[in-house]
Design a protein around this ligand. Structure first.
Ligand SMILES: [Zn+2]
Length: 315
């Protein structure tokens, strides 16, 4: 009997899932709106329906699955399968997602933090597939992170290991949503790039970005690609702090690979050379030139591949 695995990414906007073959190749995939405003139990129903639909499409049944992996945002208790406090899912505080889905489907479910899942996916099938250790940084609206060491996700004693967006780079830096100041997220996220550009524009300095009603990180990167001085300075500042964060992480983990993912990684060519140079200048000599700092390879699929791999390895 073939033992398929399903990986699901529970996002704030969409639930995305894929059914994987025995050797972890995608057989089919589906995406549906999350509608998180309808509450936790409605989201569970939608998740279960997605799993059943994936099985139907592939001509198999839920009972033939080796298990389901779900990548979820926010801190969670992996062992208990409980989402403790996801900022984008206020209705999910202390929500027993694993138990509810297991009881409905009658099969094993593995829950994983979405950034940890993406890190594991990159480690197994992406930029870290030939490595023993990898740091993943997902640069999007915020900064997610994950560390894989000798094939294991570093979760820590209380589930906050690998929260790399919140390592503090400057005690008097900008306030962060987490309640602290000067977190990496406040310089390396898309939100931060927009904030820094707006701050620079307020001085009245000429820029192609001046006078725009709304501004996106992509527009800032495009302007930097067109040699707009203000935009270039913003991207250089972002690269400086990203480099600073990576150097600090390298002195904790000393990884073989640092993979940069998330929406901001589309513009990686504009900041990665500067980040690599910074890290090579600042990291201790033994690691200099040996850490592969690269764009993550799996894009949006990293999370579902990661959770599917975790289920496969457990089975
Ligand atoms: Zn923070």
């Amino acid at each position: 009997m073939s033992r398929h695995v399903i990986g699901v990414d529970l996002g704030g906007t969409n639930v995305r899932g894929a059914l994987f073959s025995e050797n972890l190749e995608v057989r089919n995939r589906l995406k549906r709106p999350t509608h998180r405003e309808e509450g936790g139990y409605a989201v569970v129903d939608r998740l279960v329906a997605l799993v059943r639909a994936l099985c139907n499409e592939a001509g198999t049944s839920v009972s033939n699955l080796a298990g389901v992996g779900i990548a979820v945002p926010g801190p969670l208790d992996v062992t208990g399968g409980i989402i403790t406090s996801a900022p984008n899912f206020p209705d999910f505080t202390n929500f027993p997602l694993k138990r509810l889905v297991e009881e409905t489907l009658g099969i094993g479910v593995h829950l994983e933090n979405d950034a940890n899942a993406a890190a594991y996916g990159e480690f197994r099938q992406g930029s870290g597939r030939d490595a023993h250790s990898l740091i993943f940084l997902g640069l999007g609206t915020g900064v997610g992170g994950g560390i894989v060491l000798d094939g294991k996700i570093l979760r820590g004693a209380h589930g906050v290991g690998g929260e790399l967006g919140h390592i503090i780079l400057a005690a008097d830096g900008p306030p962060c949503g987490c309640g602290n100041r000067g977190c990496l997220e406040q310089w390396a996220s898309a939100t931060a790039v927009v904030r820094m550009a707006k701050e620079a524009l307020e001085s009245g300095e000429p820029s192609v970005l001046a006078g725009r009603e709304s501004l996106t990180a992509r527009e800032v990167f495009e302007a930097a690609g067109g040699s707009d001085e203000l935009a270039c300075r913003v991207v250089a500042r972002m690269a400086h702090f990203l480099g600073l964060g990576i150097v600090s992480l390298c002195h904790v983990v000393d990884p073989e690979v640092v993979a940069i993912g998330g929406g901001v990684s589309e513009s990686v060519d504009l900041f990665l050379p500067r980040v690599r140079k910074f890290v090579d200048e600042q990291v201790f000599p033994a690691a200099r030139g040996k850490i592969k700092i690269t764009r993550a390879e799996l894009g949006d699929d990293a999370g579902i591949i990661g959770v599917a791999s975790l289920v496969r390895n457990a089975g």
